[in-house]
Design a protein around this ligand. Structure first.
Ligand code: MG
Length: 392
């Protein structure tokens, strides 16, 4: 028996909550396409993400530790896969659309630059008078414009629900609202997008503690100041481990992720039960966020997040990454503005439409760490004058 599209829609009807986004409410695609006989729209969108070039490049982009610095550290790709796995668990528990959740999770970091957040800051600075740079908006540019796969149009032609789901920030710092295709988006994204967003946070809290311990920049002694960590250690002791060693740390990281996921599912289920949204639109236009930690638990995760900021992300060892990305990306950017022929064919072809600076920013944002370093070496060999300013 083949489960054709009608059967897949029937299954959704039976499984999904009324507030989940159903495939038939995907909002359609920018360019009309025939339905696939045995894949729903969101299944197709997920596959389009998995098969795109930007997804494959995630393997060689820094998450926190410079790509290649150690065999066990997360990369953007392994981070993304972990987020997708956690997000699917949460979506399934809350009777949300797993395929949509997974698609948004897999696409959520496509717009990241080389060299992690340091690279993003460098590109923001380079583009500050040209419309700026934001990795979420860049993810949308990639799926809408920069991937070239179809004869009649640019981009992956994803559904509205996925594209809007990628726009997780619905207000800007100046209070203005977020628009997509000229349409103002509701205050909250759909529940599936909210799940992918919190799954991103809790996944990186867990794996950054793990990678931080592995690197030695964080120690078990330092983590004693974190209440959530102490609670998770108690669970590890209860599992029979008595000695604080590598196994103990790994078990405690497991407990940490499981505890965060558990609180999120229970609290979100209670919120959904209280407000009883009857459709995805009611979730998006609600007065409260449906997917969140409990208030008490939110304080615990905030404490952990602050700890990670102080002890990991701004650690002097990682600050070297800032200098590296400012130097390499700034040099390439300046050289590309004078010699656009150094950029890839795709970037050159977009200059007429998007302007030279945006085309250069797209090209640089798409680079892996390795490629950025190779380009930097090549550019600074050909034109040493552009490397003289070490800061952007
Ligand atoms: Mg992420």
């Amino acid at each position: 028996m083949i489960a054709h599209l009608d059967e897949l829609y029937n299954r959704e009807e039976n499984i999904l909550a009324p507030f989940a986004v159903h495939n038939q409410d995907s909002g359609g695609r920018r360019f009309e396409e025939k339905n696939h006989p045995f894949r729903t729209d969101f299944q197709r969108d997920r596959d389009r993400i998995l098969h795109c070039r930007a997804f494959r490049r995630l393997e060689y982009k820094t998450q926190v530790f410079l790509n290649g610095a150690g065999d066990h550290y997360r990369t953007r790709l392994t981070h993304t896969i972990e987020v997708a796995a956690v997000a699917r668990t949460i979506a399934r528990s809350l009777c949300l659309n797993e395929d949509l959740t997974e698609t948004i999770a897999l696409a959520h970091d496509l717009g990241h630059t080389p060299f992690g957040h340091a690279g993003e800051r460098a590109l923001q600075k380079l583009m500050e008078n040209e419309g700026g740079f934001d990795h979420n908006e860049q993810a949308l540019r990639i799926v809408d414009l920069l991937e070239i796969k179809y004869p009649a149009y640019d981009g992956l032609n994803l559904t509205w629900a996925v594209r809007a789901g990628l726009m997780k920030h619905r207000t800007h710092e100046d209070g203005s609202r977020t628009f997509l295709d000229g349409k103002m988006l509701p205050l909250y994204p759909c529940a599936e997008s909210q799940v992918a967003d919190v799954a991103d946070d809790l996944t990186y809290y867990g794996h950054d503690v793990d990678d931080g311990l592995d690197s030695g920049l964080i120690t078990l002694e330092m983590l004693q100041e974190i209440k959530l960590w102490r609670m998770c250690e108690e669970k590890t002791f209860a599992m029979g481990l008595t000695e604080k060693n590598e196994r103990f740390a790994a078990c405690t990281v497991r407990n940490l992720i499981d505890t965060m996921v558990g609180d999120l599912i229970r609290n979100s289920a209670a919120t959904l039960e209280k407000y009883q949204p009857q459709s995805a639109a009611e979730v998006e236009n609600s007065s409260v966020r449906m997917i969140s930690f409990s208030p008490e638990f939110q304080r615990l995760t905030d404490e952990l997040r602050t700890f990670l900021y102080h002890n990991l992300y701004f650690h002097p060892v990682l600050a070297e990454l800032n200098d590296l990305s400012y130097k390499q990306m700034g040099t390439c950017f300046r050289a590309f503005l004078q010699h656009p022929e150094l950029m890839g064919e795709g970037a050159q072809s977009r200059i007429a439409k998007d302007g030279l600076k945006r085309a250069a920013a797209d090209f640089i944002a798409g680079m892996t760490d390795n490629f950025a370093t190779k380009e930097y070496n090549c550019v600074s060999f050909l034109y040493p004058e552009y490397g003289k300013e070490s800061k952007v």
